[in-house]
Design a binder for this molecule. Structure first.
Ligand code: FAD
Length: 293
């Protein structure tokens, strides 16, 4: 466990998260921001953004570089890891695959899961469905598993599982070229998954073409369903339920950006990031400092 207890942990480095981290630093708080991929791959895909006030006719990539540079100039701690789980307590513990971190408040800025969940996915979470090979791979030693990935990051996960498991089926759901070689016991399958099947635990993954026997199904998306990251978080349909101050039902946890619902727009994300961090600062100031070592 890292020693520092951060004032504010921001999960997600898109417009909402960067906006929150920037103002957190301007208000002199000790801020950590977690981003496991490129900052907002989604925004970076936008050829032209013309509705972000003050920045006419900018590319998504260009806008993201400006936002990131601006935020970095104020020196938040940026950690290039995925937050897999958040555990509430005296302070929050944030688990990444390799290491855990602590913070007094949390701002969720994870964007939206832009793919539908698979039939059976929710039913088997913790019973064969996993979102992290490093965390759960050992449970599938010498077994057959499937990896469904929406990002090339999944190739590393599949290779790691290939070291442990008897057989890995890798189902890439992205268009990018493969970033490297895969181990011999990994079979790449170009098919759309449809259904995760089993009785009390996962037994197979059904694709459009066939049924693959698998004891585990690893799903690697840009963002995971947020209720899996922080159990007990109240949702409003598929998005996080927030009040006007961006607070959630869990004291000390705020949310901002696409993960709180439509409109899915940069200006809303940046604005909500600002509101969320100001609310988090208000919360910090209203409480005695927990977790001081
Ligand atoms: C093609 C395209 C064009 C668009 N054009 C426009 C436009 O012209 N104008 C406009 O206003 N909007 C546009 N949008 C929408 C805009 O991109 C989004 O509204 C905006 O990016 C939302 O910001 P966000 O910070 O909430 O989420 P995101 O930008 O999705 O960022 C979330 C970040 O969190 C990271 N993350 C998720 N989970 C974790 C975790 N557990 N640990 C660590 N990191 C995590 C993700 O990797 C991601 O980088 C467009 C979107 C697309 C796809």
């Amino acid at each position: 466990m890292a020693e520092t207890v951060f004032d504010i942990a921001v999960i997600g480095g898109g417009p909402a998260g960067l906006s929150a981290a920037l103002t957190g630093r301007i208000r002199n708080k000790n801020v950590v921001l977690f981003e496991h991929l490129e900052h907002s791959e989604k925004l970076q895909k936008a050829h032209l953004v013309d509705n972000y006030l003050g920045m006419p006719q900018v590319t998504g990539k260009g806008l993201m570089q400006q936002m990131l540079g601006h935020c970095q100039a104020h020196q938040p701690t940026i950690i290039k890891k995925k937050v897999m789980n958040i555990y509430p307590g005296d302070v929050f513990t944030l688990a990444t695959p390799e290491e855990a971190f602590q913070a007094r408040t949390v701002i969720l800025a994870t964007g939206v899961v832009n793919t539908l969940l698979f039939e059976g996915e929710k039913d088997f979470i913790g019973r064969g469905v996993s979102y992290c090979a490093t965390c759960d791979g050992m449970f599938y030693k010498d077994k057959k598993v499937a990896v469904i990935s929406y990002t090339p990051e999944g190739e590393h996960e599949a290779n790691y599982l290939g070291e442990l498991c008897r057989q890995v089926y890798y189902l890439p759901q992205y268009k990018k070229e493969s970033s490297g070689s895969m181990r011999d016991n990994i079979t790449v399958i170009a098919a759309k998954p449809k259904l995760i099947k089993g009785d009390t635990e996962v037994e197979s993954l059904v694709t459009e073409q066939e049924e693959l026997a698998a004891a585990g199904v690893f799903i690697i998306r840009q963002s995971d369903p947020v209720e899996n990251v922080l159990p007990g978080l109240e949702l409003d349909g598929e998005v996080i339920k927030v009040k006007r101050d961006m607070s959630t039902n869990i004291p000390g946890v705020y949310a901002a950006g696409d993960c709180t619902g439509k409109p899915w727009q940069i200006a809303k994300a940046a604005g909500e990031g600002l509101v969320a961090v100001l609310s988090a600062i208000g919360y910090l100031e209203s409480k005695p400092k927990a977790g001081e070592k």
